[in-house]
Design a protein around this ligand. Sequence first.
Ligand code: ASC
Length: 234
Amino acid sequence: SMRDYGCFVFCLLAALLAGFLSFLFVLVWVLHWREGLGWDGASAEFNWHPLLIVTGFVVLQGSAIVVYRLPWTWRCSKFLMKCIHAGLHLTVLILAIVSLVAVFDFHNTQNIPNMYSMHSWTGLTAVVLYGVQVLIGLLVYLFPFAPVTLRATLLPFHVFSGLLIFGAGIATALMGITEKLIFALSRSYNQSYSQSPPEALFVNFLGAFILIFGAFVFWMVTQPQWKRPQEQVP
Ligand code: ASC
């Protein structure tokens, strides 16, 4: 119905706004409140990590997940939509790997230990599983070799693990943001987190936008009436 279509468009616009604000807030965080961007083994190199994860693993990954549900793409071939879905996910995987290289290189040059926090455990697990998910997705659904029976059997698992990894990415991003805020403000002699300085308020808004973005993506992909109609096989 027209009303249901309007509801989809509302959710999409809300997700786009929350995703854009997430990107804007993480960019302003690293450029205005932190040390900017660089590849110097110091904080400017670390800052690529939140920027690339929020833009890639959260916003672009969420967009790749909803791409089949855009009604105006239902006239496009399924193969074209699969190429867009796969291309976005591959881009996200590359950005995630670059963002991990940035943190490990930053830790190693600063003599900071690796992999001691829950953020690092859930985050590395999510990125490794994401690599496996992208590889299996390409082999089973994009390349023309897998039989329809295998495609059909794996589809519920592909959908479930995709949403689980996306959700784990959001949970991990919220932990990372909180960690970084605590670290940064505890090293500051004139500001403390518990006094709600402007940076803390700003970064808490970033976390809220990320969660709101994830909620709208999750809602859009769990409404069965918003699924792309199956190609009719005669
Ligand atoms: C595909 C594809 C689908 C599913 C279906 C099996 O590759 O485009 O819609 O797998 O064929 O459920």
